[in-house]
Each structure stands twice: as structure tokens, then as C-alpha cells.
Ligand binder design. Sequence first.
Ligand code: PHE
Ligand code: NA
Length: 446
Amino acid sequence: MHKNRFTRIGFILAAAGSAVGLGNIWKFPYIAGENGGGVFVLVYLATVFFIGMSIFIAEVLIGSNSNKDAVTAFETLAPKEKKYWKYGGFSFLTGLLILTFYSVVIGWIFHYIVLSISSLPANFKESEEVFSNFVKNDILNQFIYYTLTFIIIAYTISKGVKKGIEKLNNILMPSLIGILIFLLIYSIQLDGFYKAVEFMFYPNFAKFNTNSIIVAVGHAFFTLSIGMATILTYSASLDKNVNIVKASTYIVIMDTLIALVAGLIIFSITFTAAQEPSKGAGLVFITLPAIFYEMGTIGIFLALLFFIALAFAAITSAVSILEPTVMYLVERKNISRKKATYSIAFFAYLVGIFVLLSNTGAYSQTLTFGSKNLFDWFDFISSAILMPIGGILIAIFVGYILDKEVSKKAIVPYTGENFYKIWLFTIKYVAPISIIAIMLKEIGII
Ligand code: PHE
Ligand code: NA
């Protein structure tokens, strides 16, 4: 285990790689669009930096202090009579659920990388058809891309923390950042840039409603990868004497900046083509490709870069989702890393096939239960229920169960008493109360 640790920068890139994903480039722009922009972005920023970052720090604290898989981490740090806290570690199972639909979407991205160079849809109507045709009818190609996704993920994890995860992130993350900077510079000189800035940063209170708050808080969890032992597990491969507040701040800032930059890029392009940003989940897969087509040759180039960036962001996240389960099996069950990786990946892969099929015309009826198909259920259950519960568990554990000396020692020397007090207050009261309120609201109880 000890040879297999992240370097400090390796950890920051890998954790940022986990955080920066579909949530930033695909989801954030379209939910910001649906919720009217400015005010939503404000609420999002507030929740990410207040609640999200506090829990993020708490997860890093548990991981880096125990240097153990999630289950053992809780077990080691819990006081003697409260060892049942180890079950909190099983929040990593949420990840397996996410991994299924997340990988299906990565498959779509691969398809769009190919479309960028072969045949972008010529207008919006065609673009809509291309997308829905692919998702609903093209089972074979979806299946091939989906399989490829799992091979990449499993191969990376099987290589371990240093040779697999760190290496992958060392390549993909700088490339991703480079591409985004390029696309941002390109966007700045588009006519729609100013409107994009206005849309994202000018708060239009008329569009404000409580539902936007729910969406923003739910997304704060998803975007920071918290509440399912992912960040905890990565931190377990980090040395104890690292300034965890500083490292967490870098990661949260990187995640936020990339979401904002992705939004600026996408909205600049959208507004320049005189399109509406409120097209929902189709913004990236339907609206953008048609605009890229209209741009001609440069559009093909931009489309290619954009979908490659999206793929890089998503793959580093998917990899991070698998690691907690694998690390648990390796450390607790003495299974070799290769065996653990391939068996768990194969299991998730099989379940994911049903998730993929639940979107298709042929099987959607069979795989729809009540109001949602399997794809939407998995998304809903993980983001709206399981991740928030995982977040509350972390908050309660660190706020009430964990010896205060442990958290003080990891934070106060770097930040001073005042920061620690604010952080602890957030962890003990603000985070759990607001998360519970939001969950109740989401389920429809309040
Ligand atoms: N944070 C990732 C994103 O924004 C998603 C993710 C969730 C990754 C949970 C790991 C764990 O896309
Ligand atoms: Na994110």
C-alpha cells in the first residue's frame, strides 16, 4: 500500500479529475440554463463553497487520517463502542449505481467524437433526430462504445493508484484544461460572449424559485463527488501531513472554474447562433452539434475538441467511482487488485446494460418502473437520495463522533482557530439541516 501513494500534486489532479466531469460540462450549463442563469449560479456558488467544501474537507480528513479503505477508515476512527460506523463506508455502493448510467453517457460522447469528424447533423431538427435515433434505436453502437468505456476504466483501476489513476489524470487533466482554455479564448471573440456573461452572472430574480435551490444543492454534491466515499478513498492514498484545507480549496476552485468556463463556452456559442440556452439535457448533444455544423470547417475542429474534453473529464470521474469498491475488496477481503477490479467492473457493466437498454425503443417499456425508466431512476436515487445521505453521514461522523483532537490537528495548524470553528459549525448544523430539508422537499414532504 505505502509504495502506492499519490504525490501531492498527483492527488490534487486526481481528485480534481474525479470532481470535474459530466457534472461540470454537460449538466451544469443545462441546469443553469433551465433555472434562468444568474441567480441559480449564485446559489450554486454559495452551496458549493459553504456546504460542499466543508463536507469535502471532512472526507479528505477521514481518508488521509486513516489511510484505509472507506469501511476500515470509519472503523478505525470511530470510538470503541461505536464501531458500527464502519457501515457508513458502504456508501461507496452508491458509486456502482452512478457508474452504470455515467458510462452509458460516456458511450454517447465517444459516438459524438466520431460524428464530429464524420457527419455532424446539418440543422436542429436533424440533430434532434440523430440524438434520439442513437439513444433509442442504435443498440449495437451504444453497446460497443459502452463496452469500450468499461475497458478503459477497468484497465486504469487495475493498474493501481500510481501507475493507473495518477498517470491517467496527469495526462488527461492538463489536456482537458488546455482544450478548455483554447475554447474559452475562441468564445471570447464571439458575438454571443457578452450575452453569455450576462446570462450567467446577472441575477434575474424573477426566475428564482425554491426548486432552483434544491437543484443547486443536489448538484453541489454531485459535482464535488462527495457523499459516496470517492474523495475519502482517494485521500486514503495521500500522506497525513498535507494541508488538507489548501488541497481541498484548490480542487473545489478548479471544479467551479471549469463549470463556469464550460458554461461560458457553451452559452457563447449558443447565443452567437441565436439559440435558446434552456434546451435541457439536449444542450450539449443536440444544440451544440448543429451549431458546430453551421460553422463549417472550424466547427468540425471545435466539435472534436469539445467532445474530447468532455470524454476526458468524464473518464477521470468514472475511474474515481470504481476505486472505493476495489480498494475495499483489496484491503478487507484480500482479493488481488486485478481480480477485484475486473469482477466489480464486470458486475457494474452487466447492470449498466439494462440501464442502457432502458432508453431504447425496444426495451423502454419493460425497463420503466412507475414514472421513470431505469436510467432516470438510477440518476435520481443516487443524486437525490444516496449522495445526500452519504453527505449527512460524513457530517455527523466528523461533527459528532470523531475525536475533535483529530480534526483540530489536521486543520488548525494551517488555518487558525476561526476557520476551524466556522467549518465545524457548518459540518455540525448547517450541512445536515439543509441537506435534510432539501431531501424532504425533493421527496415532496415539505
Ligand atoms: N463529480 C463528477 C461530475 O461532476 C461526478 C461524480 C460523482 C464522480 C460522484 C465521482 C463520484 O461529473
Ligand atoms: Na464536477
